[in-house]
Design a binder for this molecule. Structure first.
Ligand code: PEP
Ligand code: MG
Length: 844
């Protein structure tokens, strides 16, 4: 074999001793070089760099004769794409270059006319369609009808191209290279790969390889093989082999494939060519060990001899990726830390929830914001009452609302998924959905929600009524008709092992936002190190609590208010005792009451009548009182700490409930040190006033019970002023937790409940790179946080700092929190594993 290739790095003959192909030859070239260095029987291969291919596209071709001289003069060649990332796609491979009338004749003598005709036909078909760009209908690539098909295809080529099929291998190779190079630079191809994350200037390398024919005498054929199963990652020899075939025929023509191993379903390669089979197995093990990765190996067998043509990373689901990484580490092939680094944290949420099966058919009827991951299938219902009725009948349902409010909590608990017309990533539905692990699509504004008619109209006008079955894909934001196949969550041993390794290296704490015992249990299951935010207002919407709550709101005198609060106190105490029990001594941060009071009041006539009855008041009085509580801008009105200052009895009751629960729970288990958090603080004086009151309640409870306990008081930094004045505030508290939902809302002056309506336009037009409620705006909101952190530490070096907005589970935000020196992040329980892994990767 002559090796006359000019010695320059852009066109490199891959040999065991040649310098390593640079990254600009692409992933395939690089992999082939590694296979060659392992001494595997790889046919002679030449790699063309990105620059070379770019020059070819621009019209400057390498010396073809020189290139051809690298290969055996009788060999057929193939050209395959070699981009940086195989997922970015690329032009189709072209096989059997060099086939012409003369080679056809010679090969007919050597391997038989049928086989030679099949090789030539395949080349003519792909050359016609992909290189000469002739009408694909005239060259059906599935037609492999031997000699007759060949003469038809050659005649069709001549008729369509108005010239005979090129016979000179140099011309053939030149045209193949040129067409592949140009295909990569075309606009459609560029847009397609950019959609998959490729940079604008992504390059293409090409690999020219001598063909090892899978057709001929003796056992000949081609196939692929891998050592693991792609969906689960479990060790299992998997692949296909097809006698008398080439390329990836064995995968396409499933019905006539052979199995690799002995298999009752049909003949196997192991039976046909046991030695080749054994060799392949050995090669695959060697590749796994030395390339430190599960690879799919493409091979050809010719007369019983094995040739390795290519290796690609095994395609895998997220579940398989975890198992593969863990097994590679357990086998000592990679380190545990590398296994941790190999998993994309966001991909973990695929494991934590049931998902739509990868290949399932998707009849998309609408789209919204993917607010809480996972797949849920159920019958459409339009009210929370119907959701509860449906659950009582044991029927899964999807709750469809314009938006949800605290009154929908019970409906949400009863539903398997929630779809809303309005709202963004921090809307009520989204926050509760993530907390419950309930798949949720919000802001599906292009669908029509005709709630009065109990109809839902899809984006393309199809209408659906109550009872119709739909599926939400909370991972992609799609709404699908019917019930596509799903796969279960997979918290298997591999997952647990990987998370254990991650925790060993992580250097920032991870807590969960948890409001209910169910949330807290999930938080423990995912190994959260405590509760970073318990939003207590969610505890007041239960049927038995809403009436005393309303009585409390309507009370005219402090005595009446105390009476109503006395009914709520034991309920709150029980809530907290249960949370403390579940968390077994881990820190629990309880935020005192935050929302505007009117959220607890009825909104319709029937509700007003119920309330009038309960309070024994005329409905007109009730209506007037409800109206008097309305605010123009409730998110900036009488809520949070402002309620604590103006209606202090509510916070007093909550503080008492927390302290009594602390004593009750500490008696049974690990001592509890509760954390009490004041929401929406903007001035130091707010903290001073409330600290004095809460200290007084603590003193009362200690005296009444004759037992001592401690607690920590903290502030939720969620107004810009709290960040700017953190130096003022920090000396009065033991911790500060940044509430980035409100902080984002107030920094942008952007309503978190309404932004969903135009957010996609804003992101599409590049005004925002991303929804700032989803990914923390480090430039703006982040600056306030960084100032807050630095100012708080300047006056109280021991103050504990954290984030508890929805951003807490987002890997980029975690990086930021770690950089500014926070102690922990807190996020929805189902995002805890994502946060644990992301944080571990940051510290490696
Ligand atoms: C916040 O504002 O970031 C926060 C965590 O509180 P909420 O979402 O309850 O307003
Ligand atoms: Mg808030």
């Amino acid at each position: 074999m002559q090796k006359a290739l000019p010695d320059h790095r852009d066109v490199t003959l891959i040999t065991p001793s040649a310098p390593m192909a640079t990254p600009t030859h692409g992933g395939r070239a690089k992999c082939l070089q590694r296979l060659v260095r392992l001494d595997l029987p790889v046919p002679c291969t030449v790699a063309l760099s990105f620059d070379e291919v770019h020059r070819i596209a621009a019209g400057t071709l390498p010396d073809m004769r020189g290139l051809l001289a690298s290969f055996d003069s009788d060999a057929l060649l193939c050209v395959r794409p070699s981009s940086e990332d195989p997922d970015w796609g690329g032009p189709s491979a072209i096989l059997n270059i060099g086939m012409n009338d003369a080679r056809y004749k010679a090969l007919s003598d050597e391997i038989g006319t049928q086989a030679a005709a099949a090789l030539y036909l395949r080349f003519v078909q792909s050359y016609a369609v992909h290189v000469a760009r002739l009408d694909p209908d005239e060259f059906d690539e599935s037609d492999d009808s031997g000699t007759a098909g060949l003469s038809d295809a050659l005649a069709a080529y001549e008729a369509e191209a108005e010239e005979p099929f090129p016979q000179d291998p140099a011309v053939q190779l030149r045209e193949v290279l040129r067409s592949m190079a140009r295909a990569w630079e075309g606009t459609t191809a560029r847009l397609l790969r950019q959609a998959k994350g490729a940079p604008v200037d992504a390059g293409l390398g090409l690999v020219v390889q001598e063909m090892a024919l899978g057709l001929g005498h003796g056992e000949c054929g081609s196939g692929v093989l891998q050592l693991v199963e792609s969906d689960t990652g479990l060790p299992q020899l998997t692949g296909r082999y097809l006698s008398q075939s080439q390329g990836r025929d064995a995968l396409r023509k499933r019905h006539c494939s052979l199995y690799l191993e002995r298999d009752p379903r049909g003949p196997s390669l192991q039976d046909l060519a046991p030695e080749a089979f054994a060799k392949l197995n050995d090669f695959a093990q060697l590749v796994r060990r030395r390339l430190r990765e599960e690879m799919q190996i493409e091979f050809t067998i010719r007369g019983g001899e094995v040739h390795i043509l290519d290796g690609v990373r095994v395609a895998r689901t997220a579940r398989a990726a975890v198992r593969i990484a863990v097994r590679l580490a357990q086998d000592g092939i990679i380190s545990e830390q590398e296994a941790v680094m190999r998993i994309e944290p966001r991909a973990l949420s695929e494991l934590l929830h049931r998902q739509i099966a990868p290949g399932a058919e998707r009849d998309v009827i609408g789209r919204g914001i993917a607010a809480s991951p996972g797949a849920a299938t159920g019958r459409v219902v339009f009210t929370s009452a119907d959701a509860q009725a449906s659950a009582a009948r044991g029927e899964a349902c999807i709750l469809v609302r314009r938006e949800t409010s605290p009154e929908d909590i019970r409906g949400m608990h009863a539903a398997v998924g929630v779809l809303t017309e309005r709202g963004g990533i921090t809307s009520h539905a989204a926050v509760i959905g993530r907390g419950l692990g309930l798949p949720c699509v919000v802001g599906a504004a292009r669908m029509q929600f005709q709630l009065h008619r109990k109809m839902l109209i899809g984006e393309r006008g199809r209408s659906f009524k109550e009872g119709d079955v739909i599926t939400l894909d909370g991972t992609s934001g799609e709404v699908l008709l019917g019930s596509p196949e799903t796969v279960e969550a997979a918290l298997d041993d591999a997952f647990q092992t990987l998370m254990g390794w991650a925790d060993e290296v992580r250097d920032i704490g991870i807590r969960a936002n948890a409001d209910t015992p169910a949330d807290a249990t999930t938080a423990r299951r995912f190994a959260a190190q405590g509760i970073g935010l318990c939003r207590t207002e969610h505890m007041f919407f239960d049927a038995e609590r809403i009436t005393p709550m309303r009585e409390m709101i309507f009370a005219d005198t402090p005595e009446d208010r105390q009476a109503a609060l006395a009914v709520l106190l034991p309920m709150q105490r029980a809530d907290f005792t249960e949370l403390f029990r579940i968390m077994e001594g881990l820190p629990v941060c309880i935020r005192l009451f935050d929302p505007p009071l009117h959220e607890f009041l009825p909104k319709d006539r029937a509700g007003l009548r119920d309330l009038a009855e309960a309070l024994d008041m005329p409905i007109s009085d009730v209506t007037r009182r409800v109206e008097s509580l309305a605010e123009y801008n409730p998110m900036l009105g009488l809520r949070g700490v402002r309620l604590g200052i103006t209606v202090p009895e509510i916070y007093d009751m909550q503080a008492r409930a927390i302290f009594e629960a602390t004593l009750d729970a500490s008696r049974e288990g690990a001592p509890v040190v509760p954390e009490i958090m004041l929401p929406l603080v903007s001035a130091k004086r707010e903290v001073e006033i409330l600290r004095a009151r809460i200290d007084a309640v603590a003193a009362e409870v200690r005296a009444e019970r004759g037992r001592y306990f401690t607690f920590r008081l903290g502030v939720m930094a969620e107004t810009p002023r709290a960040c700017l004045r953190a130096d003022d505030i920090a000396p009065h508290c033991q911790f500060l937790s940044f509430g980035t939902n409100d902080l984002t809302q107030m920094t942008y002056g952007l309503s978190r409940d309404d932004a969903g309506r135009f957010m996609s336009d804003y992101v599409q037009q590049g005004v925002f790179d991303e929804d700032p409620f989803h990914r923390l705006d480090i430039e703006g909101v982040g600056e306030l946080i960084a100032a807050g952190v630095q100012r708080a530490r300047a006056t109280n070096k021991d103050v504990m700092l954290s984030i508890c907005g929805e951003h807490g589970g987002n890997p980029e935000s975690i990086a930021f929190c770690r950089e500014v020196g926070m102690d922990y992040v807190s996020c929805s329980p189902f995002r805890v594993p994502v946060a644990r892994l992301a944080a571990a990767q940051l510290s490696l």
